[in-house]
Design a protein around this ligand. Sequence first.
Ligand code: B12
Ligand code: SF4
Ligand code: SF4
Length: 400
Amino acid sequence: MPCRRSAILTRLNPTAALARGWLAMAASPDIRDWLATAAKAEGFAFIRVGPAKLPDAAALGLASFLADDFEGDMSWLRDSAERRSQPVHMWPAARSAIICAMNYGPDHDPMDNLAETGHGNISVYARGRDYHDVIKGKLKQLAGKFAAKSGAAVKVFVDTAPLMEKPLAAIAGAGWQGKHTNLVARDGGSWLFLGVILTDADLAHDAGEQDHCGSCSKCLDICPTNAFPAPYRLDARRCISYLTIEHKGQIPLEFRTAIGNRIFGCDDCLAVCPWNKYAAIASEIKLQARPASIMPPLAELLALDDAGFRTRFAGTPVRRAGFERFMRNVLVAAGNSGDPTLAEQVTAHLESDSSLVRGMAVWAIRRLVDKKSYRTLGSLHMAGEHDPLVRVEWICAEWG
Ligand code: B12
Ligand code: SF4
Ligand code: SF4
């Protein structure tokens, strides 16, 4: 997920705060009860409180991820590794982490959508309004009230700051990092977004959660691109979520077929997790799927231009991918659809200004028309093609 900083700091005058006895207040069980109630009122499923200190294993896990270059294009993970490995490296005064979990459980089985090859499959988390905006607003509300009540300083985070939210949530007892690396909660499954409030208050901490994966390996087995070299380790470069959202260049050939109809993100490893039988359907109205993002026909998406794309996906996470990456993904799905009625629209993208789009249109068209028609198109377009990678696509697809 893209690295956009999102943190606020609220601090009352320390002398005044001390005079109000906030230290005593922050340590009291009452403030915990108050926090839980206030978080529920904001729409969070639950909160847990833990230390703002990660175990060494988290830093080691990050170091081993980076040592294997698993981050791919997400260079911001490497650039911020030092700060990311320990919350106090980012904010030395941090003492406690308030973990806020927001449910986004789907009202359908996402695995059923994979068979709809003529439609674009947008991941559950991205079908509604951008969760960063929704959760950040709620975290700010909650943190602001907490700061006013306790006098403590606070910073809020959701996704984009250099903070390892999953291990932080696990030591606070919000759940455990499953073999797919996401946080799973015993009573909420893994359809959960995480938001974090760091504070300089010494709050009472919850006990950390145990790993309850046992001998299960469903998430590892289902992964269409074999992105898990081992349990609890993800090679992001192979993950469809990374390839369709974060990866800037052309999608490597070896993954194109496996991507199927997934045009933004992937849900498979979450969808098969048995613990999701305890997950609730998303109740936050702002996170509800928009009709325009529920399995839209590929023909409709292929017809979009940049302006149409911006309008259709305004305010959703999809918008952040940008038109070129989005159309690249749609063309992969069009190629995988095997539907020759899409050939005319795909052919139009051979003329695109974007080499990313042109290259993927070449791959897609080869899968929708016979060799003779493909060669005719090649003879029309190859001579004027200046981009060496697109030329390679024309040559490779000939043999595909
Ligand atoms: C980078 C990133 C991605 C990348 C990389 C994912 C990854 N697993 O690292 C990509 C783009 C692939 C991605 C995809 C998704 N993401 Co994302 N992503 C992040 C982000 C920004 C940072 C994660 C990170 O620090 N990665 C670095 C690695 C090293 O950390 P780690 O995953 O915790 O890895 C640990 C293990 O590897 C462990 N480890 C290593 N070796 C071993 C060995 C053993 C034996 C053990 C026990 C552990 C272990 O140590 C590491 C540290 O704890 C977080 C937000 C945040 N700031 O934390 C969201 C976040 C993790 N993403 C989220 C979501 C929802 C998703 C998707 C489901 C979206 C989708 N549907 O497409 C997918 C899920 C894919 C998957 N299986 O992980 C949510 C997850 C919520 C949850 N319940 O956990 C987060 C927390 C955002 C949020 N605020 O809600 N994401
Ligand atoms: S999100 Fe999809 S591609 Fe990525 S690890 Fe999970 S199952 Fe594999
Ligand atoms: S699918 Fe199985 S192994 Fe994977 S996270 Fe869920 S319980 Fe753990």
